[in-house]
Design a protein around this ligand. Structure first.
Ligand code: HEC
Length: 106
């Protein structure tokens, strides 16, 4: 079932010139699984940090660069007193793929 769904999504993505977008979603998922994001965030449920859907609701694409900096620097204040840990070793372009995917979850 999962395979059928993702094959269908891929076909739709290619048909809608969204091939690059579909690839970015897969890349974002892989990057986030490879980092520690999923320890504190989930797509639709608040864990230690806000859910990705809440983040997508709060910001539009113009916030992308600021959010990339925030993920790298860590910190608190936007959602409450609990801080996000810093991620100084991640590459800007990788964090950007993650943030763009998060913001696409509207
Ligand atoms: C230790 C737990 C933790 C980890 C690990 C973590 N986060 Fe967070 N994240 C948080 C918390 C807590 C907040 C809310 C910070 C605030 O209130 O300013 C947050 C906020 C965010 C925001 C919104 C920032 C803002 O200013 O509104 C984004 C985007 C985000 N995280 C992405 C990521 C990504 C991508 C990763 C993996 C590279 C990650 N987080 C790893 C806890 C975490």
């Amino acid at each position: 079932m999962k395979l059928i769904l993702s094959t269908a999504a891929l076909a739709v993505g290619i048909a809608a010139t969204g091939a690059a977008h579909a690839a970015d979603a897969a890349k974002a998922a892989a990057l986030m699984k490879g980092s520690d994001c999923m320890a504190c965030h989930a797509e639709a449920t608040k864990l230690v940090g806000p859910s990705y859907k809440e983040i997508a609701k709060k910001y539009d694409a113009s916030a992308t660069d600021a959010l990339v900096k925030k993920v790298k620097a860590g910190g608190s204040g936007a959602w409450g007193a609990v801080p996000m840990t810093p991620h100084p070793n991640l590459k800007d372009e990788d964090v950007k793929v993650m943030v763009e995917w998060i913001l696409s979850l509207k």
